[in-house]
Design a protein around this ligand. Sequence first.
Ligand code: ZN
Ligand code: ZN
Length: 387
Amino acid sequence: MPIVNRVADLHGEITAWRRDLHAHPELQYDVHRTAGSVAEKLKSFGCDDVVPGIGRTGVVGVIRGRKPGNKVIGLRADMDALPLEEETGLPYQSTVAGKMHACGHDGHTAMLLGAAKYLAETRNFAGTAVVIFQPAEEGGGGGLAMVKDGLITRFGIQEVYGMHNYPGIPLGQFAIRPGAIMASADHIEIAIEGKGGHAARPHFAVDTILVGAQIINQLQSIVSRNVDPLESAVVSVCMFQAGHTDNVIPQHAKLRGTARSLKPKIRELLHKRISEVVEGTAKLYGATAKVTYTFAYPVVVNHERETDFAAEVAREIAGFDKVDTDVAPLMGAEDFAYMLLERPGAFIFVGNGDSAGLHHPAYDFNDEVIPLGTSYWVRLAESALTG
Ligand SMILES: [Zn+2]
Ligand SMILES: [Zn+2]
């Protein structure tokens, strides 16, 4: 079964919502306009319950089927944009300087709203569909905030599903895999202290810039020499701050970066080795270095049964050969991971076609994805909730 007819009828309306969201991007938890618009629409669709303020600015809509049933499933979208200057030149481009929907969360929110409209209109299922709109996916842990605020227990959610658009996967296709599909992402902060001094008298100083450079090099031995070559891991140093001029050896230096992996044991290894390498290297040069390693988003782990089910629904929409069920995991992260730690479910990618990449200033969500993504949501709910 391809695109749902009624969803095809809604394509124009959902596109208009998407472009309105695109023109008004908001960051992190500060998604008041977006959340307000989502809540207002959910009410106008006749959802049985609309609850704002879950996880600060998250919104939840409850839609009960017209057939008897106790099963409750959660469908989740994210609402936040990125601190980025848009360079698309589109007629609906961001109206807010320095903010942009560069990850397609405008599309995710619009598609789930479209699904909510359809589901509230037709209610052709047994049980309850809970639509979840979360803030702060881009680094703020809004998914965790909603979970901590009782999202799962309060609405009795038994299974939970998520979706993300994927530039590079052709339009009309889906991709998924059981098990780890996106990486854990942890923050590394390193504060180096040496001994400042005159640039012409380095022998009286401990040069934090040299120490920082050595630390950066040594950190790259962890993935290449400590991690099993058959496993996946990333250690990237993305910030190095030290010094202000050309004739002073700075007393302090600061590094920041990220550590990513697909398994808890590799994550633990990275944590342990990063501390050892940093502290050991600093000591070698007579400096000190303090590592602050912050465990952030966990691995997104798809559950087997729900992944099979999600792939089956995607095949119904897109066609049997249009669903890759063995897509390579991404080393990017997603805080939908927190919801999957609470309940079984699956996270699926929907092809965004040949667009600029996520987080790129020329990226735009592809509105042709809307009928597919929205049809996926409504068929997923109807197929999961058969009583
Ligand atoms: Zn993103
Ligand atoms: Zn995203």
